[in-house]
Design a protein around this ligand. Structure first.
Ligand code: 5GP
Ligand code: MN
Length: 330
């Protein structure tokens, strides 16, 4: 963010405003951590703040401070439309294209509010007046930390904000192991722990709340659903709706499964396909130089980061796999 933008937004936020924070479809730890981290900062500045998500998210994120005030657009469209239409400024966090928030994007697009993108994904669209964008940031939570510091308010980072921001940094870095983890990541994490982030407890809340169904689904994926294509250095999982039902699937139950495919020696490209809401949701992960953002954009109407991206397919599950294998050979 340029210096003139910083002072402009600082001046704008110097008086109480109506603020809406939106984040991407199927919010993850970084999406909810950054949204509620920013929320817990802005309410201290006496703004009226509402977080709106396009749809629901995993229960292991419900403990985040401020979660009880979040409006889910899919469940409560009319109050969500009202706050979006009446907002002075809308923060768009952890995404950079209005199509990532589905029909909520139409409401955000037509709202007269000023837009501010804070994001770390590749190829941002140009729909916002303000943008704090850095593809080198490990997470949007890191950028929220930077944003609060840019506003000169580092001292306002309290335990609630720290717990939110630590969550997104931890989840988006795969617990500090992905290449996006650098000295700054650890410095911020250390600062957050110093002001009260409960690091061990957060890890426990996010990763140790497994249900029996979730673990059995993971076991089933590993034992029955893994396909390894050695010739392409690729491995993938595909799950049908019936299989999800069999394991009483709940939101978040397949999160992270794709990483097991990437952990196989000699595999540098991993994919996960799952039937959801009449479409196929795809997840892609890579190691090294293979850019899955470009792959997801080109073939699966998606996007993301160079080594972690996602998309959709309107074909059947079987047809999607056939398409995937056929483009691999290209
Ligand atoms: P995941 O596979 O965990 O759903 O997503 C991996 C990364 O890609 C995340 O940063 C996520 O925000 C992004 N992503 C997932 N699905 C899509 C999509 O359909 N479109 C775009 N542009 N990004 C996506
Ligand atoms: Mn993120």
């Amino acid at each position: 963010m340029k210096a003139n933008q910083v002072s402009e937004i600082q001046a704008f936020l110097s008086k109480p405003k109506h603020i809406v924070i939106v984040t991407h479809w199927s919010p993850d730890g970084d999406a909810m951590g950054s949204s509620l981290g920013l929320y817990n900062y802005l309410i201290q500045k006496k703004h009226k703040v509402t977080v709106v998500t396009p749809n629901d998210y995993p229960a292991f994120l419900f403990w985040l401070p401020g979660n009880e005030k979040v409006i889910n657009f899919t469940e409560k469209a009319s109050p969500a439309k009202k706050v979006v239409a009446n907002a002075d400024i809308i923060f768009c966090l952890d995404f950079n294209s209005l199509k990532r928030i589905d029909v909520l994007g139409d409401e955000v697009g037509k709202s007269p509010a000023i837009k501010c993108i804070i994001d770390h994904h590749l190829q941002p669209e140009d729909f916002a007046k303000f943008m704090l964008h850095d593809i080198k940031a490990c997470s949007t939570c890191e950028l929220i930390y930077d944003f609060i510091a840019l506003m000169g308010d580092e001292k306002l980072i309290n335990k609630d904000i720290a717990n939110c921001l630590y969550t997104g940094i931890m989840t988006d870095t795969g617990s500090f192991r992905f290449p996006s983890t650098n000295p700054k990541t650890h410095r911020i994490a250390a600062d957050l722990i110093e002001v009260g982030a409960e690091n061990a407890e957060i890890h426990n809340r996010i990763y140790d709340g497994n249900t029996e169904d979730k673990l059995k689904l993971l076991g089933y994926c590993l034992a029955e659903k893994l396909t390894v294509l050695k010739e392409y250095g690729t491995a993938f999982f595909a799950l049908s709706n019936d299989e999800l039902k069999h394991f009483n699937y709940k939101k978040g139950d397949t999160e992270g499964v794709v990483n097991y495919a990437l952990s196989i020696e000699g595999i540098h490209f991993a994919a996960f396909f799952v039937e959801r809401d009449g479409e196929i949701k795809t997840s892609f992960r890579s190691k090294g130089s293979f850019n899955v953002n470009l792959f997801a954009r080109k073939y699966f109407n998606g996007g993301g980061h160079a080594n972690a991206a996602g998309g959709m397919s309107e074909l059947s599950l079987d047809e999607t796999i056939i398409k995937f294998i056929s483009v691999l050979s290209k």
